[in-house]
Design a protein around this ligand. Structure first.
Ligand SMILES: [Zn+2]
Length: 274
């Protein structure tokens, strides 16, 4: 009777809250899902470190997976205290910072679309999808990590809300299904030798794991968090006070974990039909 009651409560919890949140503990968890190549598709040079720096360290340095970045804008409007800076100079500085930060996380492959920061919705969406498709068909990821296609209001308090994020997420998801896999979607790419590619799994950056179904988290407490901080601090045009970076990333990580002693990065998992 007690067992039956517990099972009923568990079932009700699942019905009310969707699938329970799971944790990825080890590299074997990824192997079982046949994940060997990972592409992160983001909008600005420092998005990945902020939202997934510890996860990238785990995937790349601990699990030895092939991990690459695709960044849609060049970050040429990013906040700067130097009022003498112009956009061309800032974009060049941020490119160098991107490689320095990626190096801390063991990343060598970076694709940049170099669109103007803050103007992504002004880019022809077909061009954006074509360019993302080209990278997907070149790198051939098993897992694509990107932004949710709609604004995540939980991100507002951490200053990570931006229209470029949702535009990038929408376009990337459209490439996952169906543009990347249908050769007629961009026949010109097919004619150039970019063969269709199916991505079976997508992770969307998630701040509130209790408000999401099929959410998953990775515990980045410890070395992974330290590496994330080191990587974000490479973006010197954006961040100068190291303690402020530690504090803000701690605030974000503990908000996701809902535990002051643990820092998580979280994602909503989408399994894409073939
Ligand atoms: Zn951003």
């Amino acid at each position: 009777m007690i067992v039956a009651t517990i099972l009923l409560v568990l079932l009700l919890l699942i019905v009310v809250h969707g699938s329970p949140t799971t944790q990825i503990y080890s590299c074997d968890d990824l192997k079982r899902s046949n994940i060997a190549r990972v592409l992160l598709v983001t909008a600005h040079p420092d998005d990945i470190e902020t939202l997934a720096g510890g996860t990238v360290a785990f995937l790349s340095m601990e699990c030895k997976l092939e991990v690459a970045y695709l960044i849609t804008t060049n970050g040429d409007k990013g906040w700067s205290k130097n009022y003498d800076m112009n956009s061309i100079e800032l974009a060049q500085i941020r490119k160098t910072e991107t490689y320095n930060a990626a190096n801390i996380l063991g990343i060598k492959s970076i694709f940049m679309l170099n669109q103007e920061d803050g103007r992504l919705e002004g880019v022809d969406s077909i061009d954006l999808k074509r360019n993302i498709t080209k990278v997907v068909r070149t790198f051939k990821p098993d897992l694509l990590i990107t932004f949710p296609p709609s604004i995540d209001l939980d991100g507002m308090q951490f200053g990570i809300i931006h229209q470029d994020h949702t535009t990038t997420g929408q376009s990337a998801l459209n490439v996952v299904w169906p543009a990347g896999r249908d050769y007629l979607s961009f026949i010109e790419l097919y004619d150039q030798g970019y063969m269709p590619h199916i991505i079976p799994t997508v992770w969307l950056f998630t701040i509130n794991i209790n408000g999401s179904t099929n959410s998953m988290y990775i515990d980045i407490t410890g070395d992974r968090f330290d590496r994330k901080v080191d990587a974000l601090l490479q973006h010197k045009s954006q961040y100068t006070a190291s303690q402020e970076v530690v504090d803000s990333l701690t605030q974000l990580g503990t908000y996701i974990s809902n535990d002051p002693n643990k820092k998580y990065e979280a994602f909503t998992v989408l399994n894409i039909p073939n």
